[in-house]
Ligand binder design. Structure first.
Ligand SMILES: *Cc1c(COP(=O)(O)O)cnc(C)c1O
Length: 423
């Protein structure tokens, strides 16, 4: 077969872009060589609908072992009783949970997208907002923090069937205990979507949702530093309260309802090459090296937050407990779009983001979101964060000065040579 030079040239260019730049997108990371190898392996050739030991295809003896390793390691990592590692992405994991526990038209209570929530928690443009009836809680205007008592009030008023916690741009920890009490009061299920801070939660650096939440979903590619994918977990199995029965008339266990919601409910054949890669990333996440890494991620985020605050930037909620922060740029007379477009000229990647009570559109926004997971993988330490903030501030303060921006780009490209990526 003729080599596809067009695509492989693009891959080479993307690899160089990643090597030269300063990667601050909070949802991104750099996976290890072995995580990448498993993803690019022959396992992609295998059909394996079903679960290990219960497949609809022959020849699954080996992928069964790989998937079982992924499951067992995920259980160990999160101290979970049950895991399904097949969801193709975080959005697919959430779709499967909602299919399992809701009927179309049921009410869900999620964290407002404009305050840092995720599309799959009830946005009107997403299946979750189209098939179900979403209501939202948000942060307080004066503190940027969630008031847990107010969430409970909304739950009492709205009586949702599912309460969703977790976010894409909330820099503080979650009070799972208070949310569970609110859920119990109205007989709702509580789901935590830990897509962003999964790595910090796994290694004990944040509150543990497994103590209080009925169902936990996550992506595997953010702080967890695995391949692009999702998974669903239970701290303990329980009878599905919403009445799905077995042919014998018994209530089904939630684990089996969730398994069926993944396949055949929302997906076909699992991506066994990605599942093997998930297994590799969980193996890594259980190591001391990863523990040191994820501690450094949190330290670096704190150092970034301090640096920005010292330079007069307004961080929503005033700081961070995890790996990310949301910065309101209105006090600097910049939009999120301007910041994103200017910083990229200096090879600094961030993303524009709505801030709570934003007066600009999602295409413009008043904020930028910054995370420390990727640059920490790269090897940057707290002392380097001061320089990162200085470079960002230089570009933003001089956003119309092309020669200044190109000088910063040169400095970053040189600096990044000291932190090799990929062998
Ligand atoms: C990233 C994210 C997701 C979705 O993950 P995809 O893999 O992009 O589908 C879901 N929920 C939250 C909170 C996220 O941050």
């Amino acid at each position: 077969m003729q080599r596809d030079s067009l695509i492989f040239d693009l891959i080479r260019q993307e690899k160089e872009r990643q090597m030269h730049g300063l990667e601050l997108i909070a949802s991104e990371n750099f996976v290890s060589e072995q995580v990448m190898q498993a993803m690019g392996s022959e396992l992609t050739n295998k059909y394996a609908e079903g679960l290990p030991g219960k497949r609809y295809y022959g020849g699954c003896e080996i992928v069964d072992q790989a998937e079982q390793l992924a499951i067992d390691r995920a259980k160990e990592l999160f101290n979970a009783a049950w895991v399904n590692v097949q969801p193709h992405s975080g959005a697919q994991a959430n779709a499967a949970v909602m299919l399992a526990v809701l009927n179309p038209g049921d009410k869900i209570l999620g964290f407002d997208l404009a305050h840092g929530g995720h599309l799959t928690h009830g946005s009107p443009v997403n299946f979750s907002g189209k098939l179900y009836q979403p209501v939202f809680y948000g942060v307080e205007p004066d503190t940027g923090l969630i008031d847990w008592e107010k969430v409970a009030d909304i739950a009492r008023r709205e009586r949702p069937k599912l309460i969703i916690c977790g976010a894409s741009a909330y820099s503080r920890d979650w009070n799972y205990e208070a949310l569970r009490a609110a859920a119990d009061e109205v007989d709702a299920l509580l789901m935590a979507d830990i897509s962003h801070p999964a790595g910090l939660i796994a290694r004990g650096l944040l509150n543990d949702p497994f103590e209080y939440c009925h169902i936990i979903t996550t992506t595997t590619h953010k702080t967890l530093r695995g391949p692009r994918g999702g998974m669903i977990m239970l701290a303990q199995d329980f009878e599905n309260p919403f009445g799905l029965k077995t042919p014998k008339g018994e209530l089904r266990l939630m684990s089996s309802v969730l398994d069926m919601a993944v396949f055949p409910g929302t997906q076909g054949g699992p991506l066994e090459h990605v599942i093997a890669s998930k297994a590799v990333s969980f193996f890594e996440a259980l190591s001391d090296d990863y523990l040191n890494y994820i501690i450094q991620v949190q330290k670096n985020a704190k150092a970034l937050a301090k640096g920005f605050t010292d330079r007069g930037y307004n961080i929503i909620s005033g700081g961070t407990d995890n790996h990310l922060m949301l910065i309101d740029l209105r006090s600097k007379n910049l939009s999120g779009k301007q910041a994103e477009n200017t910083l990229i000229k200096a090879d600094i990647t961030i993303n524009k983001n709505m801030v709570p009570f934003d007066d600009k559109s999602p295409f413009v926004t008043s904020g930028m979101r910054i995370g420390s997971a990727a640059i920490t993988t790269r090897g940057l330490k707290e002392a380097d964060m001061e320089r990162v903030v200085t470079l960002i501030d230089d570009v933003l303060q001089n956003h119309e000065n092309e020669s200044k921006i190109s000088a910063v780009k040169g400095e970053i490209n040189n600096w990044m040579k000291n932190f090799p990526l990929f062998s």
